[in-house]
Ligand binder design. Structure first.
Ligand code: ADP
Ligand code: MG
Length: 450
């Protein structure tokens, strides 16, 4: 039986209302983001812009004719990966990869240790694959804010997503890694390109879908890139005279709102999560959208209701009281239950030390999850519509990667519905899961820029 939140759990309803974003507010968000993007693109406003819109130096989309063998590194998500990508034909791409866990010590320690570790993983992988003697080009997917000054040169702006390594901000990351590789002396690898996962995702999708114009990540973090007219990318030296019409722009959209322009839709729960994060007052948009934070937002609401004796009455656990313990994957689990079923919800709470079968409580929990994930999807829809309008596109594909988009049972539908509501038929679009943007995309960029 579907619930009626207002009647069944009025206090939860009242809290969740604060997360609700109206159509009018969504249009205002699109408007504000457009303004921020224009500030990032223009030379005179770029230095103080919040949404930086970094140029990527990627001006060519794949033709489908790219071939060859490439190495790729993927740093900036849950796992660090080394990949060997072989572009054999338009339909045959072979990817082999290995993931390595990055310890908390490495994430928060000196940058040198991190880059030595990356080089060590690369070396051991190359030996395993018997390619250590080959002089292979490498594409480095580095998914943190980076001011690129060339296809293989980028200055680190700031760490995000739980990383905080000393001695990296302000430095050329390609050089830091190349130095670490050279220090070892057992590898012949050339870093030919550095890119963001959004750019890799766009390229990877565009290899098969020539109409792809946007790359979107909704994973641990969130960000997007799109195809801009070179003549609008004022931060590019030759923007007025370039013979290439397009430039992929990495919006660094996660920072949208860091100047307060999203405060009109943020809640006290957003502020609490921001405060406890490793990067307070930064990545405001990301903190409302991405996997690193959604579960924690749900947990805050749950804990407040429990504290007032309005949810899971008489029950408590250390786990539910602990920061970051409510994984975003739990939201997907809970929302996967059919209407009136609470099997997953019950299992999730059990994992958190709260054993209950009270239907009304579990239904309330689902309602809280829906509220938080729906708001995430609405905000992402605003971003996509903003980019579609910015490009004046009438029909394009969006390549998407990230655990939230891939695994949340309703995220794709929520995006589609909300985008259609905002676009009112003015443009068509297709949302496509982009396979392995960080690996295949890196190889493609290495190929087109070689
Ligand atoms: P990234 O490369 O940004 O880490 P991934 O595509 O690997 O992105 O996604 C991992 C993130 O996705 C995790 O940090 C988590 O927040 C989120 N995630 C993982 N599983 C699920 C799930 N079942 N439902 C929703 N989000 C998930
Ligand atoms: Mg990733």
């Amino acid at each position: 039986m579907p619930s009626n939140p207002q009647n069944d759990f009025p206090e939860a309803f009242e809290i969740c209302q604060k997360f609700d974003i109206s159509e009018e507010q969504m249009r205002e968000i699109v408007h504000r983001l457009t303004k921020e993007i224009n500030m990032g693109l223009a030379k005179d406003t770029h230095p103080r812009a919040v949404v930086k819109c970094f140029i990527t130096y990627v001006q060519d989309l794949p033709t489908g004719k790219e071939r060859g063998k490439y190495l790729a590194l993927d740093l900036g998500g849950t796992n660090f990966r080394v990949l060997l990508v072989t572009l054999k034909s338009e339909s045959e791409i072979n990817i082999e990869s290995k993931s390595y866990a990055i310890s908390k010590d490495l994430m928060e320690g000196p940058g040198k240790n991190l880059f030595d570790f990356i080089a060590e993983c690369l070396a051991s992988y190359c030996k395993e694959m018997h390619i250590e003697k080959e002089n292979l080009p490498l594409g480095f997917t580095f998914s943190f804010p980076l001011q690129q000054v060339g296809i293989n040169k980028g200055i680190m702006i700031t760490w995000t997503k739980g990383f905080k390594c000393d001695g990296v901000v302000g430095k050329n990351v390609v050089e830091l890694l190349q130095d670490a590789i050279n220090r070892r002396g057992d590898l012949k690898v050339r870093i030919v390109a550095i890119l963001n996962d959004t750019t890799g995702t766009l390229m990877s999708c565009a290899f098969a879908n020539r109409n792809c114009r946007i790359g979107l990540i909704v994973g641990t973090g969130t960000n997007a890139c799109y195809v801009e007219k070179t003549s609008n990318t004022e931060m590019f030296e030759g923007y007025q005279t370039s013979n290439k019409p397009n430039m992929i722009v990495n919006c660094e959209m996660g920072a949208f709102g860091d100047n307060g322009v999203l405060d009109f839709v943020r809640t006290s729960y957003d502020r609490a999560v921001d405060k406890q994060s490793i990067n307070p007052k930064r990545q405001t948009f990301e903190k409302c959208i991405s996997g690193m934070y959604l579960g924690e937002l749900v947990r805050h609401v749950v804990v407040e209701l429990m504290g007032k004796g309005l949810l899971f009455k008489g029950l408590n656990s250390q786990a539910i009281q602990e920061m970051w313990r409510f994984n975003t994957s739990y939201i997907s689990d809970i929302e996967s239950d059919a209407v009136g079923v609470h099997r997953q919800a019950s299992m999730v709470m059990d994992q958190l030390g709260i054993r209950t079968n009270v239907e009304k409580d579990l239904e309330c929990l689902r309602y809280i999850c829906q509220t938080v994930s729906t708001r995430s999807a609405k905000l992402t829809s605003c971003a996509l519509v903003c980019l579609i309008n910015k490009m004046n596109s009438k029909d394009c594909s969006v390549g998407i990667d990230g655990g939230v988009y891939r695994y949340h049972p309703h995220y794709h539908r929520l995006l589609t519905e909300n985008m259609n509501m905002l676009l009112k038929g003015s443009a068509k679009f297709e949302l496509i899961v982009s396979e392995d943007g960080s690996g295949r995309g890196a190889a493609l960029i290495a190929a087109v820029s070689a």
